[in-house]
Design a protein around this ligand. Structure first.
Ligand SMILES: [Ca+2]
Ligand SMILES: [Ca+2]
Length: 86
């Protein structure tokens, strides 16, 4: 695995920067432009695995970021977090 779900810019953290990146990508692709992601980044960006990269994914990344910033217990991965939401 060469990606971490939610870590779109691959800096090792899942935070508001990644959410902004996903929104920017969505804005580009929704106007038929190249969003500039490679395949791994697309996989990392589609956090709910529905095949689309859009504002829903950005919101989920922000929600996960809020969760990691506030929880004092052991932090689950973005993958686990998304499974729990379902
Ligand atoms: Ca990141
Ligand atoms: Ca998605």
């Amino acid at each position: 695995m060469t990606y971490t779900l939610g870590d779109v810019n691959r800096d090792g953290e899942i935070n508001a920067v990644d959410a902004s990146s996903v929104l920017a990508y969505y804005a580009m692709t929704s106007t038929n432009q190249d969003g500039g992601y490679d395949e791994d980044q697309k996989t990392a960006a589609d956090v709910n695995h529905d095949g689309d990269i859009n504002a829903v994914d950005a919101s989920s990344i922000l929600a996960y970021y809020a969760y990691t910033a506030t929880t004092k217990e052991e932090i689950m991965s973005m993958e686990e977090y998304m499974k729990k939401l379902k």
